[in-house]
Design a protein around this ligand. Sequence first.
Ligand SMILES: Cc1cc2nc3c(=O)[nH]c(=O)nc-3n(C[C@H](O)[C@H](O)[C@H](O)COP(=O)(O)OP(=O)(O)OC[C@H]3O[C@@H](n4cnc5c(N)ncnc54)[C@H](O)[C@@H]3O)c2cc1C
Length: 467
Amino acid sequence: MDLRVRPLNDAPVRHPAKYVLYWTQMNRRADSNHALAYAAEQANCLRLPLLVYEGLTCTYPEANDRMHTFVLEGVPEQQKRMEELGAGYCFYLRKRRRDDNRVLYKLATEAALVVTDDYPTFIAAQHNTQVPARIGVAFHAVDSSCVVPMNHFAKREWAAYTIRPKIQKVLRQFLRPVAPVELANRWRLPRPEWHTAVTNGNVSSLVAECEIDHGVRPSLSFSGGRLFAEKTLHAFLTARLRRYAGEKNSPANHATSDLSPYIHFGQISTLEVALAAEGYAEEHKLAATEFLEELIVRRELAFNFTRFCKEYDSLEALPEWVQVTMRKHANDRREPMYSAEQLEWARTHDPLWNACQREMLLRGKIHGYYRMYWGKKIMEWSPSLEQAHQTMLHIHDRYALDGRDPNTYASVLWCFGLHDRPWGERPIFGTIRYMGYDGMKRKTDVPGYIKEIDHLERTGVDPFRIH
Ligand SMILES: Cc1cc2nc3c(=O)[nH]c(=O)nc-3n(C[C@H](O)[C@H](O)[C@H](O)COP(=O)(O)OP(=O)(O)OC[C@H]3O[C@@H](n4cnc5c(N)ncnc54)[C@H](O)[C@@H]3O)c2cc1C
């Protein structure tokens, strides 16, 4: 069987059946999607049509207007593209806790098999553990998140330098476009009566009807959906890629792709982004190496970590040298010290840190370079490292459009030494790498960045927003 496919139960394929069901949880796209391609292949083999089911519930932790808006904005285009392929498409918005929670199981009763996305964190990981035993039909998870499939690796890798050569060895084998989906049997059945019609005009009213936290407003900078993912990629290739290697650590210069929200919700795949970046770089005689290092090596190290380490959301996942140094410095004096609430509302003495946190509150993402500084300072100013870790995850869960991702858990723990090495001994951090304000001031345009975030907060308008 294909290295990307994991059968998650022993239940047989159902005969007779009305369709093959693709339940899209994390790869919400019609293009460049191995899970969709696999489901289509199975449908063709079984001479059945394909039904794509996508859902959004009010019950995941910290469900709020920001996350709901971003997902719902993607639905009209998703429906259009799936229907153009000849697949059936239905979307279910579970607005209230008391609303039906058995939609997937009902659809599965008429399916020959259910295909879904293989994903190591958050709600998809929970579903893929709990659903297979209860669904009563073959349930296959397909990895369409990584360029090199997670199954290629037999165990946890320890750092970028251990996974990099393994990725490079097989990269050409996997860095290939997904063949276009062709369905032999078009969908002709009616849509289920519970389908939620989502249009470009009704997203905000649907969000308002949901039993979720309405206190977290939609991002001022990112609109969800495939069209915006494509536009963001295009803008990156044409205006930023040539500056990426030299300026990726200069937040005020905006040289990075800003694709992480779209990648997280699967509205675009890293495979197609990598192919596009390579193609554009070749055509324009540029180098895409640094970008591909982040997009593939760093990101897939995070997927490897969360796939193989069950405690990925805990400090227990950290290596022994970190455990030793954390114990040694557990009682070091913290001055200043801030509560989780002060941090959440950006109320510290440090204007750069506050600007980073305000960027998170307003945009739903912090620039990657300052995100490291942001994390390191939370460690320094929290009563304990355990609390610092909780605060970082809480802020990501609540505000980050790219949060709850393997990258979230791995990168937050990177601040504590994951995938890193020991550095010089100092208070609070012990031998964990430290980052300070002076370094940021020396290496980056701190006043330019603060001015940008002030303007964003004051006007509510982001000049970098893609329209
Ligand atoms: C404390 C902390 C928390 C973070 N939380 C998240 C998170 O919740 N979600 C998230 O996607 N990333 C997270 N990162 C990693 C990184 O900061 C973001 O991926 C990046 O800033 C996203 O912006 P971009 O799309 O413009 O990145 P680009 O520089 O354009 O990179 C392209 C893509 O490569 C991947 N990538 C880039 N940098 C890294 C990295 N260091 N590790 C792994 N993958 C990377 C991302 O998918 C990114 O979209 C975090 C980093 C830190 C230090």
